[in-house]
Design a protein around this ligand. Structure first.
Ligand SMILES: Cc1ncc(COP(=O)(O)O)c(C=O)c1O
Length: 387
């Protein structure tokens, strides 16, 4: 059997799809050392630099003294603490929903949502570019999974029509698509979910903290939070820590407590991370300058890359993909950028479709104008090198 596994890994190498872990030393958020070279990182989802914000670190340090490192058990056994309760209250207010619940990871939250709310006899209708955790949740649920082409809401409506008689219809999208950085049309999806009596689930992993006048995410504009049934998000990206959350009406939260297996059967999110996340939400509310800086940086990168000759879709988030197509080419671009002191791993199949390999640039408020200048110069070099 091991022989087979080795052969399979070898095939991955041949197809330029093999992945390996790269150890970064002296990691400082936007900088690290790799193979003896100082590098600038443009690949983290820590969009606001909150993983190292002094207030967030201070809150975590204090919580560590009180709670220690772990939660001890699943929440229903012994794991629920004031830290969980206070964070959930904070998230519910932040997302303008009645209640909230946290999971040990965003991935688990998505598995929990779809396996709890969907069953055999139900249908899940999902955008083609939805995250692996949503796809896996749908598969595990036993419901029929139907996928519509990316942001093609006409086809989405066709699927809703065709499945009118399904017991429960669950409509699923990301708000900001994680590998493309573009945004779903939530207004249109709300219209469709109302028309066909579906439950609308949105994954705001990459919108929370980044989008909206107050950073509440893609559901911040008037009428959107009310129209979306389930807002999922993660504490691992702009919030700077780890964990997932769901904000919804209290009855839906109660349902998750009783039916979401990744909540019931997994050790709880450690309270120290709850306290760090709660402080991170406060920072987002009280320091809008961070979000302003992030968007200034996004614009500067966008303008610089276009001037360097790269074709980009207008930036709707802090994710700017440079699509190179061929997997080998993307790996080559990664190496060329490394030689210029920039670390952006090539994203390849199955994370993105075959032949759509890319450099997924992510921008942070923690990047300085000098960092961005260095990034743009490296991309100019990339262009000259034929990419
Ligand atoms: C859109 C989306 N949803 C969910 C997740 C999973 O979240 P977490 O990393 O907190 O497990 C991710 C992370 O990659 C994501 O990009």
């Amino acid at each position: 059997m091991k022989q087979d596994l080795r052969a399979e890994l070898k095939r991955l190498v041949e197809k330029n799809l093999y992945r390996k872990l790269r150890v970064l030393e002296n990691h400082e958020g936007t900088r690290a050392r790799f193979e003896g070279r100082e590098l600038l990182l443009f690949c983290s989802n820590d969009y606001l630099g909150l993983s190292r914000h002094f207030r967030v670190v201070r809150a975590a340090r204090k919580a560590l003294e009180t709670y220690g490192v772990g939660a001890g058990a699943a929440r229903l056994i012994s794991g629920t603490s004031e830290a969980h309760r206070e964070l959930e209250k904070k998230i519910a207010r932040f997302k303008r929903k009645e209640g909230a619940i946290v999971f040990a990871a965003g991935f688990l939250a998505n598995l929990g949502i779809l396996t709890a709310f969907a069953d055999a006899g139900d249908v899940i209708i999902m955008d083609k570019l939805c995250h692996a955790s949503l796809v896996d949740g749908a598969r595990l649920s036993g419901a029929v999974l139907r996928v519509f082409p990316h942001k093609n809401y006409k086809q989405c409506e066709e699927l809703l029509k065709k499945n009118k008689t399904a017991q429960r219809k669950i409509l699923v999208t990301e708000t900001v698509f994680s590998m493309d950085g573009d945004r779903a049309d939530l207004g249109e999806l709300i219209r469709l979910k109302k028309k066909y009596g579906a439950l609308l689930v949105v994954d705001d992993a990459h919108g929370t903290g980044v989008i909206g006048a107050n950073g509440r995410g893609a559901t911040e504009p008037k009428g959107i939070a009310e129209g979306v049934d389930i807002i999922m998000g993660t504490l691992s990206k702009a919030i700077g820590g780890l964990g997932g959350f769901v904000a919804a009406e209290k009855v839906l939260i109660d349902f998750l407590v009783n039916f979401a297996r990744p909540f019931i059967f997994a050790t709880a999110l450690p309270p120290v991370l709850c306290e760090a996340a709660r402080e991170a939400f406060c920072v987002i509310e009280e320091e809008p300058s961070l979000r302003k800086k992030l968007w200034q940086n996004v614009r500067a990168v966008e303008i610089g890359l276009k001037a360097a000759g790269f074709v980009l879709a207008p930036a709707g988030s802090a994710i700017l993909p440079v699509i190179l197509g061929d997997e080998k080419k993307a790996l080559g671009a990664f190496k060329t950028l490394l030689s210029k002191g920039i670390f952006i791993p090539a994203v390849r199949y199955p994370t993105v479709p075959k032949g759509k390999a890319r450099l997924r640039i992510t921008v942070s408020a923690a990047h300085t104008p000098k960092d961005i200048e260095k990034l743009i110069n490296a991309f100019k070099h990339l262009k000259k090198a034929g990419f």
